[in-house]
Design a protein around this ligand. Structure first.
Ligand code: NAP
Length: 259
């Protein structure tokens, strides 16, 4: 039987689904009729997002940087909703520092969460997708995965790594019914951005309005991207209509980055 986008039986796992872009993605996929497992380190935050959807959303605690924790999360997710058919690697952290002040710990943390976390989850998800000859992997990257920015070298290196992983896996799994894509948001209205604005205010003495305007100024549309706009791109990539899309890195950035 050919399933359609509206199939209620599809199981999506969204990392970092308790807040920001990941929460918007989880809500968009539930609205599209999928059953969604959301994963993150703060269980109470995840449970609050899942609570309104007792039959459609399930919260599982895990640290994506830890392979054993990811393996346990997939066991729990599968026990609840069956094999994961859609994986959205969204969990991420963005810490800024001048390169000269980027110590090994910050470097390792950026790689561990943003890049190795994506590796762990994708390895856990692919065998079931290959067995079913259908699967979707969508990596939430950043425009920092496509171009360089000052003061975020470790984050940028990790996100460029995720784009490379995306492109390699797209080639390796092209004939197995699995697509692998990246979605690359520009500055988006979430806690990560709010923290960055607070950081600029603390370091430069700018007002919130000035700092916010600075972040918006890089976007040709002169505004901050909304999480729902990123989520809608992810939802589309997860559907049958996007079967021919693989190995792509799609910027959702008001035209800031064109590739
Ligand atoms: P956010 O609200 O801080 O979301 C990040 C999520 O990742 C949180 O729910 C967090 O939950 C989870 N997370 C962090 N470390 C984790 C770990 N080790 N294991 C499991 N979960 C972890 O920020 P966001 O802006 O929505 O970020 C989502 C993604 O978008 C990230 O990959 C980020 O790099 C990317 N992005 C954001 C922007 C932007 O301007 N906001 C722009 C481009 C790309 P816990 O703390 O509970 O673990």
């Amino acid at each position: 039987m050919t399933r359609t986008d509206a199939s209620p039986s599809r199981h999506a796992l969204v990392t970092g689904g308790g807040s920001g872009i990941g929460e918007a993605i989880a809500l968009a996929l539930v609205a599209a009729g999928m059953r969604v497992t959301i994963v993150g380190r703060r269980l109470e935050v995840l449970q609050a997002v899942a609570a309104p959807y007792p039959d459609g959303m399930h919260a599982v605690q895990a640290d994506v940087a830890d392979a054993a924790s990811v393996a346990a999360a997939f066991v729990a997710a599968k026990a609840r909703f069956g094999p994961v058919e859609v994986l959205v690697n969204n969990a991420g952290q963005a810490h800024s520092a001048p390169f000269a002040k980027t110590d090994a710990a910050l470097w390792q943390q950026m790689l561990a969460v943003n890049l190795t976390g994506t590796f762990h989850c994708t390895q856990a998800a692919l065998p079931d997708m290959v067995a079913a000859r259908w699967g979707r992997v969508v990596n939430v990257v950043s425009t920092a995965g496509l171009v360089g920015y000052a003061y975020v070298a470790a984050y940028c290196a990790a996100k460029h790594g995720v784009v490379g992983l995306t492109r390699s896996l797209a080639m390796e799994y092209a004939k197995k019914g699995v697509t692998v894509n990246a979605v690359c948001p520009g500055y988006t209205e979430t806690d990560i951005l709010r923290d960055s604005i607070a950081n600029v205010m603390a370091k430069t003495g700018r007002t919130e309005e000035q700092a916010r305007a600075e972040f918006a100024s890089g976007n040709p549309q002169g505004r901050i991207v909304q999480p729902a706009e990123v989520a809608d791109t992810v939802r589309w990539l997860c559907g049958d209509g996007a079967s021919a899309m693989t190995g792509q890195a799609i910027a959702v950035s008001g035209g800031e980055v064109m590739h």
